[in-house]
Design a protein around this ligand. Structure first.
Ligand SMILES: NC(=O)c1ccc[n+]([C@@H]2O[C@H](COP(=O)([O-])OP(=O)(O)OC[C@H]3O[C@@H](n4cnc5c(N)ncnc54)[C@H](OP(=O)(O)O)[C@@H]3O)[C@@H](O)[C@H]2O)c1
Length: 310
């Protein structure tokens, strides 16, 4: 295990963050139908009051609206908030300077001078890892971001990014990946262990499996929109896991399934960033902090998950 470098240590001290994909996204989350700016502002306020002060957004979310909303909400709080946003490597963004240029546009939308973490949203085989990392390093050197990271990078690409950044004396702070009790590839293929070894913070997205692990959806009551189609084959299989999560939650004084799902990610060494559409969800998710599942409970949850997903 290597110690995280001093500039990235703050990320390892954060137990949980708040995802902001829901803020403005109509395609997956139906922003504007049943929830909107008022309710996501409440989710932000509740989270910040509960000490959750790491917000993950992206230029892509709501086509810039998520960043603009965050900018508005920041004006309204006197609490320190850490910001993570992302660069989307569209194939036409191959020119030198594209990454700092995009970050400046993100900063303008949020009305801030710098962010705490700037991430490459997805790898793009048409853009070399070396040139993507050169762009990120430039953002650190020009003071536009405190640290840099990647997202959706498999182990080989992540190691290439780590080495490419090291050439510029910049540490790879994080890899943001899909990780939940229903999606454990990063644990099983060694990415999580590699991150721990190299001092890279594994940021876990979709830690409640887009609402499925909260226990409110089933094959008979599927989630709205594209999620119903994407989860059609998984939904009929998850009841035994949900039942075990409820039992374990009860042994901890009535923790909810969402809280158990988030606590499991924390126990595994990931930094979960659950998305919340309103104050109620944000409040419930904040209750994942301040207690821990036992090792035996984590093992039982692992076994129940193994019976559902590879
Ligand atoms: N880097 C990437 O490629 C990538 C990909 C995906 C996500 N992300 C990031 O990760 C964040 C979280 O991932 P995610 O939004 O995909 O999934 P998630 O956090 O697993 O699920 C969020 C959804 O679950 C439901 N929910 C949340 N809290 C709940 C609660 N306490 N009780 C009941 N339902 C609850 C809400 O949807 P409903 O109420 O509609 O069910 C909410 O929109 C995103 O906001 C984004 O910042 C990054």
């Amino acid at each position: 295990m290597s110690e995280p470098s001093s500039g990235t240590r703050f990320l390892h001290a954060i137990e949980m963050g708040l995802g902001a994909w829901q803020w403005g996204d109509r395609v997956v989350w139906q922003y504007g139908h049943g929830y909107g700016e008022g309710s996501v502002h409440e989710a932000f306020k509740v989270s910040v009051n509960e000490g959750i002060r790491f917000i993950d957004t992206a230029e892509l979310y709501g086509n810039g609206l998520s960043e603009r909303l965050l900018g508005r909400f920041l004006k309204d709080t006197d609490q320190p908030v850490l910001i993570a946003t992302k660069f989307f490597p569209w194939p036409w963004r191959f020119y030198k300077g594209a990454i700092p240029h995009a970050l400046k546009a993100s900063l303008a939308r949020m009305n801030v001078e710098s962010v705490d973490l700037y991430q490459i949203h997805w790898p793009n085989p048409l853009l070399s890892t070396d040139s993507l990392m050169e762009g990120l390093a430039e953002c650190v050197k020009s003071g536009l971001t405190r640290t840099v990271g990647v997202s959706n990078f498999g182990q080989t690409r992540m190691l290439a990014a780590y080495s490419a950044l090291a050439q510029h004396n910049v540490p790879l702070a994080s890899n943001q990946v899909h990780y939940s009790l229903l999606s454990r590839a990063v644990e099983k293929n060694g990415t999580l262990a590699r991150c721990k070894e190299l001092g890279i913070r594994l940021i876990a997205y979709s830690p409640i499996e887009k609402g499925l692990l909260a226990g409110k959806y089933s094959a008979l009551n599927p989630p709205p929109g594209a999620r119903a189609r994407n989860y059609a084959s998984l939904l009929p299989k998850i009841q035994p896991l949900l039942k075990l999560m409820t039992e374990i939650g009860q042994d901890h004084g009535g923790k909810s399934n969402a809280q158990v799902a988030l606590n499991w990610v924390i126990c595994k060494g990931g930094l979960p960033i659950p998305g919340a559409k309103d104050a109620v969800q944000a409040q419930e998710n904040a209750g994942a902090l301040g207690w821990r599942l036992t090792e035996e409970e984590v093992t039982r949850l692992d076994e129940a998950s193994d019976r559902i997903v590879e």
